[in-house]
Design a protein around this ligand. Structure first.
Ligand SMILES: [Zn+2]
Length: 345
């Protein structure tokens, strides 16, 4: 990870206690929810909507998260209805409790179409969404077959374990549209590269951005090639997406899904662009001899990786290699990546 987030300012030095809503902007409360992973928390958002509340993102389905929601409905949210459940994208920590919350309050999940469909495909292990398809992709890129058992064990049931149910219907939202909350229009922005159709929410009147996983203050967003689209360029998509957020006011308060709320959106976009440019240069340097993605993974990930981390590391390495292929600096011959010599002076 780069030394990140230095030029940012954090209006709240500490996160609130788990499950205790904390006001961060007019009508917006921050709900910090623990996660049982290396990434040990997610930030959810509660937005006042008249007498009701709109929920943005839901946490995974496990006993502690359900207990936390229940304690909110029995405590600070007693007597309040949920007017909408909005989910930024299909990853389990964001969509997990969506079906349960929507059923409980009789509301439709608000989510982008590709996110809704991808959630179902991942939960049902359809098409290229199976774990085996991902492992086959990694094997085709030179991954040591001996690592597979550890990777399967780390997966332990995958998506369905964290998202046991999904809503059978939804309300489609999309980039360029708006959602009304408490009589105010929130503009919906799009993000690609991390998930197929990630939605960010922007309240222009007082410059608040719910950035989901697209702009995080300290860690770089996971950007991976997936089995169903092996020649995709998710890093190119991601860099393009974050570049479009430069149109937002520099003094925007960013509410990210992980880490602390911050000011310094434009600085963070610069930092992320520089970070990936550096990683691309390192990978290209390492391709003086033809190399497989598996051989190149330690260039980007220098520390030892556990079974869980290898999933992300292989996907991220492929994302950087595909970017170099798309811009014409590398080409793939068999399972090896080779420099395009015209560019190699
Ligand atoms: Zn995510």
């Amino acid at each position: 990870m780069p030394e990140a987030g230095r030029g940012l300012s954090y209006p709240f030095a500490e996160p609130p206690a788990p499950g205790v809503p904390f006001a961060v902007a007019p009508g917006i409360e921050w709900l910090r929810v623990p996660l049982p992973f290396a990434l040990n928390h997610i930030n959810l958002w509660l937005i006042k909507d008249g007498p009701d509340v709109t929920i943005v993102d839901c946490g995974i389905v496990d006993a502690p998260t359900r207990a936390l929601w229940q304690s909110l409905f029995d405590g600070p949210l007693t007597g309040r209805r949920v007017s909408k459940v909005i989910v930024t994208h299909c990853h389990p920590d964001h969509i997990g409790n969506a079906a349960w919350l929507c059923d409980r309050f009789g509301v439709l999940l608000h989510i982008a179409q590709a996110e809704y469909l991808t959630a179902h495909a991942a939960a049902d292990q359809r098409g290229g969404h199976t774990d085996q398809a991902a492992l086959d992709l990694f094997l085709a890129h030179g991954l040591d077959p001996e690592l597979l058992d550890g990777m399967r064990d780390a997966r332990g049931g995958g998506y369905r374990r964290l998202v046991p149910e999904l809503p059978a219907r939804y309300h489609r939202i999309e980039a360029g549209g708006t959602v009304q909350i408490d009589g105010e229009p929130w503009e919906l922005l799009g993000g690609q590269g991390h998930a197929p159709e990630h939605i960010l929410l922007h309240r222009r009147s007082d410059r608040v951005l719910i950035s989901g996983d697209m702009v995080l203050p300290r860690i770089s967003t996971n950007v991976s090639v997936h089995a169903l689209q092996p020649d995709a360029d998710p890093l190119g998509e991601f860099l393009h997406s974050i570049d479009t957020y430069r149109t937002l006011h520099p003094a925007t308060l960013v509410l990210p899904s992980h880490g602390l709320p911050f000011y310094g959106l434009h600085h963070r976009i610069d930092e992320l662009a520089a970070h990936h440019a550096e990683r691309l240069a390192e990978l290209w340097d390492a391709c003086a001899q033809p190399r497989t993605a598996a051989e190149l993974m330690p260039v980007l990930f220098r520390r030892p990786l556990d079974g869980h981390q290898i999933w992300f590391a292989m996907g991220e390495t492929l994302a950087h290699l595909n970017r170099l292929v798309v811009v014409g600096r590398l080409r793939q011959i068999g399972m090896r990546f080779v420099r395009v010599e015209a560019d190699s002076q």
